[in-house]
Each structure stands twice: as C-alpha cells, then as structure tokens.
Design a protein. Structure first.
Length: 312
C-alpha cells in the first residue's frame, strides 16, 4: 500500500502533523533519520515522501542526520519517487549562504553579509563588511544559533577569543549588517504547496529566538512560545496580509522546487524589506493559529493526502 513517509529527526516537531494524518485516516510512516542504513541495491517503497529534516539537528545529538537525509533523498529522486521538499530544499535548509544566493537571484533583497570560513577569518570578514552595528550567526543554524549583536570590532574580537565563542557545526560564521525594526518585530510568511498561506508577526523585543514551534529546545534564552510569551501575544497571525514580496517568494520556492517553507523578513525604519531566512522545516504555533482558525499542519496534512491520491 502506498503511504505518506515523513522524513525527520524530531518527534516533537512532527506529532501535530501525524495527529492530523491519523484524523484524516491517511496511511503514513515516519522515517527517523538520525542514523541508519541505505541499501542502494533495493528500490524505495512507493508513496509520497515529505522531508522535514532540520538544520539544527546537531543540537539534539543528531550530528549527521542532514547528511544522511541528503543521500536518502537523492536515492528517492533517482527512483522517481514523489518527494516534497527534495534535494534542493535540504541544501538550502543547511546553508544560509545558499539561501541568500537563491533569494537574490530572484531579486529579493537580503542584508549585507560576509561568510567567514574558520575562526581566525571572522575579524577580517567583519572589517571587510564595514557596517555598524552587525550580528554574527551560524551558516547552518536554526534556533538562532550563533546570533549575537555587536557594535564594533573590539567587542567581536573579545567574543571570538573567549571561551563563549560558539563554533559553527560547518565551520562557517556569517557577519551580517544588523537591520533595526522600529517596532521590534519580524514577519514570517508560510507557504504550502508553494503558495502563500498566512503571515505571522513575531515580537523580537526579547531576543533573536524566533522558532514558532510548540516545543523548542533552547539552552540560553527562554522559549518564545512559553506561557508568558503567549500572554504578550508574541506570535500574531496577520489578517489579510498582502505584499508584492509574496510573488517573489513564490518564485524563489518554485525555482528551487520547495513546496513547504517559512520565509522571514524584517523592515527597517524606512520601510525597506530585508529577507534573511528560508526555513524548509517549517513549524507552526497552534496557540496563534487557534485565534484565527487557520492551522498549518492541518493544511499540510490535506496537501500530502492530495499528493498521495494523485499517485493512487
């Protein structure tokens, strides 16, 4: 029997989807790809394969999960299987450099960024960028990994030379101009089947952690979807959001064969939009969704069911 196969490494981020699949009586199976065996002498099963692998998997002890998943997806595509968020998606998921190049290719503005490969290259990279203030972030990130704000080179130098320095898992640190939002918020646009579904306004006044999932594993800052944060309305789905940038985002997703994603942008004091993240392992905040009766995981479950029906 053909099924929906969910490729992931985090049960907490997937259980809402599987609950909806069960309610819709859709056959599915989870592939938890933190490690395993890929037998290339055999063909994969028939079905629809949905990739939810996360760039932050190494923070949960799954260091090589994205690398393993990349091989599995290539194997699936080689055999002509239907893959939602295939090899292009996972390449962008684990590299912000590739995200920015994909965005800029379609005319989407991103913050000025320089990539430093190796710890000793971070200071020269920041000097070459020559903007103040600036932030650092990890190229393979998720959960706001490595995001720190600096107002000058000396402060950066002290950090890089200290024990507090966080080594990126791929060795690549990004130095990026800091875009100040006058209202301290960002907007995350959600897409399912490559089409805009809704936009969520996220209050960033308490820090850089922007994950909208219902369960976050964050060591250094309070989870943004904690009970206290929800009381403050940290996540708010925007009624009837429209903007020309949405058409460009859809073009980016179409060109890169990405079906499901969340794309984040920030506006400066002049109203200029800067796009800084494509999250192909998108999560949704059900508390915010319940206020407007729009549910991303339910929409996604219906979409996966439609794709499975096409194969039947």
């Amino acid at each position: 029997m053909k099924k929906i196969y969910i490729i992931h490494e985090n049960d907490e981020w997937t259980k809402h989807l599987t609950n909806h699949l069960e309610a819709l009586q859709l056959p599915f199976e989870e592939w938890f790809l933190d490690e395993g065996i890929l037998d290339m002498t055999k063909a994969p099963p028939e079905g629809v394969f949905y990739n939810r692998m996360s760039a932050s998997s190494h923070t949960r002890g799954h260091r090589f999960a994205p690398e393993f998943t990349t091989q599995v997806i290539k194997w699936l595509e080689h055999h002509g299987r239907k893959v939602i968020n295939g090899s292009n998606a996972i390449q962008l998921e684990v590299s912000k450099v590739l995200q920015y190049l994909a965005l800029e290719k379609e005319g989407v503005r991103t913050p000025k960024t320089v990539a430093a490969i190796g710890r000793k290259q971070i200071i020269p990279a920041a000097q070459s960028l020559d903007v103040k203030p600036f932030i650092t972030k990890h190229n393979r990130a998720g959960k706001g990994l490595g995001v720190r704000l600096f107002h000058g080179i000396e402060a950066l130098k002290q950090y890089v030379e200290s024990d507090e320095y966080e080594e990126p898992v791929d060795g690549i640190t990004l130095i990026q101009e800091y875009i100040q939002s006058p209202d301290s918020f960002i907007i995350r646009c959600e897409f399912i089947n490559g089409k805009f579904y809704y936009a969520v306004k996220v209050d960033t006044s308490e820090g850089f952690e922007l994950c909208p999932a219902d369960v976050c594993q964050i060591d250094d800052l309070a989870c943004p979807i904690s009970e206290e944060s929800e009381k403050k309305g940290k996540f708010e789905i925007m009624d009837g959001f429209k903007h020309p940038i949405l058409l460009k985002y859809e073009q980016v997703l179409q060109k890169n064969k990405i079906d499901v994603a969340g794309i984040e942008f920030i506006q400066d004091e002049n109203g200029e939009i800067y796009t800084y993240d494509i999250n192909t392992n998108t999560n949704y905040n059900e508390e915010a969704e319940s206020r407007v009766n729009m549910y991303g995981m339910l929409k996604l479950a219906h979409y996966l069911g439609e794709q499975l029906k096409i194969l039947s």
